[in-house]
Design a protein around this ligand. Structure first.
Ligand code: ADP
Ligand code: MG
Length: 368
């Protein structure tokens, strides 16, 4: 039987390089090898693409690839696929057709619409959200504006750029104090993994927090502090999407910061979490609305705060490429809802192909 060739793409230039490697290892193992042939494609921390049997291990061990070849995606929709270096001269490249791409990349260039744009130009079906959803969901401010437009409850926030902050710090301090109060959360607008995020308890801490966040982005969001439980929900589908049962994260630190996510292994995950049917239904319905608000496709994890008295639900964010190791929240929430890891991976590949077929019939330009 003719198997479809799937490039699983991992690593990448963002701070979530290692998380991506972990997710990709689980995914490659789960892909149904009767129907698909996996081609591993690793992107180094400096953005170079490689393929070959050795590539995953060499990125994991941070050494130069030995049994791998340089590769580039061909942005030619009449030849969807990769060019793989086959000799030592600049001219020796071989064309390798591809049927599907599975980008298992988090953060910058992987989850923000950049690589999705490359797949669009190349005419290759790909797993997950398109350019619009990926980029809007990556920007915490744009995402919140969309959520508000769709009637979703978000935390009050203030946003500014470096050039608006510099020299007018007092104006912003007063605004934050009046509108949000302390403590508040200061975040770079376009990042993940809690990098650059600080809980600021006073004006002095706000100054330090903004300076820290400005190291990562020139656009800053400051949010009201929400004292709540952290509840998440998984979404799978396309135009028609389904939700999993929700799960809860109990961070081992003051908040779910970088340490709690990736270094200390002491945060508790409760999956599924019993919230009562009314709250659970609201979480599920808000998750679908959030998925549609950004026009997501394939998969997403939607994160909420629920106040301890369960009266208030606030949506925090949508992640279009959530962690996907076998012990990550996204697959675990599906497992608790009756969808196993391999089934999940194979459904994502099917959704990608169906979305591609549906959209391919759209005209690029009006007929002359
Ligand atoms: N407004 C807020 N109130 C209370 N805690 C927050 C707030 N915003 C973020 N946090 C805490 O910080 C963590 C990371 O923030 P988040 O916006 O999810 O960033 P990231 O995209 O890096 O995951 C959250 O999981 C939560 O623990
Ligand atoms: Mg988060």
């Amino acid at each position: 039987m003719n198997r479809n060739k799937v490039a699983v793409i991992f690593g990448g230039q963002s701070g979530e390089h290692v998380v991506s490697l972990r997710s990709a290892a689980s995914i490659m193992e789960a892909i149904d090898s009767d129907h698909y042939e996996v081609m591993p494609v690793g992107i180094t921390r400096d953005g170079i693409w490689w393929t070959g049997p050795d590539i995953w291990l060499s990125l994991w061990e941070k050494r130069s690839p030995r049994e791998a070849s340089r590769t580039v995606l061909l942005a030619d929709p009449t030849r969807p696929g990769l060019l793989v270096k086959s000799g030592s001269s600049m001219d020796e490249w071989q064309y390798q057709p591809l049927d599907i791409a599975f980008p298992v990349l988090h953060g910058t260039y992987g989850e923000d619409g950049s690589i999705q744009g490359l797949f669009e130009m190349s005419g290759i079906p790909y797993v997950g959200s398109g350019v619009l959803a990926s980029s809007t969901a990556m920007d915490k401010v744009v995402m919140k504006y969309l959520f508000m437009q769709y009637g979703l409850p978000v935390a009050p926030f203030v946003c500014f750029y470096r050039w608006q902050w510099d020299g007018r710090e007092e104006y912003w301090q007063e605004l934050v104090d009046q509108e949000l109060g302390f403590p508040c959360f200061v975040k770079p607008a376009n990042l993940g993994s809690s990098v650059g995020i600080t809980k600021a308890g006073s004006v002095a801490e706000l100054m330090a927090a903004v300076t820290e966040a400005l190291l990562y982005d020139e656009k800053i969001i400051v949010e009201e502090y929400i004292a709540g439980r952290e509840i998440e929900c998984a979404v799978l589908g396309d135009i028609e999407a389904e939700t999993s049962r929700p799960g809860e994260i109990i961070p081992c630190n003051d908040f779910y910061d970088y340490r709690a996510k990736y270094i200390d292994d002491r945060s508790d995950l409760i999956i599924p979490v019993e919230l009562g049917s009314e709250i659970e239904e609201s979480i599920k319905s808000y998750s679908i609305t959030a998925f549609q608000a950004v026009e997501a496709s394939g998969l997403a994890r939607v994160d909420f705060f629920v106040t301890p008295d369960s009266r208030k639900i606030i949506i925090n964010e949508i992640n279009t490429m959530p962690g996907f190791t076998s012990i990550s929240m996204y697959p675990k929430m599906w497992a608790a809802s009756g969808v196993g890891y391999s089934e999940l991976v194979n459904r994502l590949l099917e959704i990608a192909v169906n979305r591609f077929k549906r959209r391919r019939t759209l005209l690029v330009a009006p007929p002359e």
